[in-house]
Design a protein around this ligand. Structure first.
Ligand SMILES: [Zn+2]
Length: 207
């Protein structure tokens, strides 16, 4: 087993990755041919390797998990009010077309004796966004991970994203944003908490 920490995005690729990367590059080469291109022309000579590398990077979340992404950054703390990290940048690939979708995630939770370092919260998003995804599942997986790692009294996630598969393919939804949410614990059961969260998540700051 490679000993590199799963959460380290700068970790060198394990040895087996270079073999599968060469195979992936061959497939991209073939793809270019099938698209009617000449993979040997100057501009495309290195494209298969580049695409293989980009795909590996864009799906590196498969080699990560939320617990190691957060590491030791969970602290005992008596804080009992809502903690929210807004406007976390998010880039993912839709699993239906392997085209990007991108936008922002807003994550809130009410701790139950444990808080997590704020800088670690975006890492949870990375773990699940850097895979082939659908926005609905991504939202649920982030909520589940926050719940599992921190065991809070409640967690709320809102993701707003633009999907290039809709925008680029002439579906005439060029400007439509898809919004998904996942509410658990107090965010689901307590009206006031849910209301406060949704107001903060959809509020004007940074909109
Ligand atoms: Zn799609």
């Amino acid at each position: 087993m490679p000993s590199t920490k799963a959460a380290d995005v700068h970790a060198p690729a394990p040895a087996s990755a270079s073999a599968s990367s060469a195979e992936l590059a061959e497939l991209v080469y073939r793809q270019l041919v099938l698209l009617g291109e000449d993979p040997e022309r100057a501009g495309l000579v290195k494209t298969p390797e580049r695409v293989a590398g980009a795909l590996a990077w864009l799906t590196r979340g498969y080699a990560m998990d939320a617990r190691s992404a957060i590491g030791e950054a969970v602290f005992e703390e008596a804080h009992e009010s809502m903690i929210m990290v807004r406007d976390i940048e998010l880039y993912s690939l839709c699993e239906h077309h392997m085209l990007p979708f991108f936008g922002k995630a807003h994550i809130a939770y009410i701790p139950d004796g444990r808080i997590v370092g704020l800088s670690k919260v975006p890492r949870i998003v990375e773990v699940f966004a850097r895979r082939l995804q659908v926005q609905e599942r991504l939202t649920e997986q982030i909520a589940e991970a926050v719940e599992e790692v921190q065991r809070p009294r409640g967690v709320g996630i809102v993701i707003e994203a633009y999907h290039l598969c809709m925008m680029m393919r002439g579906v005439e939804k060029q400007n439509s944003k898809t919004i998904t949410s996942a509410l658990r614990g107090l965010f689901r059961d307590d009206f006031k908490t849910r209301d406060e969260f949704l107001r903060l998540a959809h509020g004007p700051i940074g909109a």
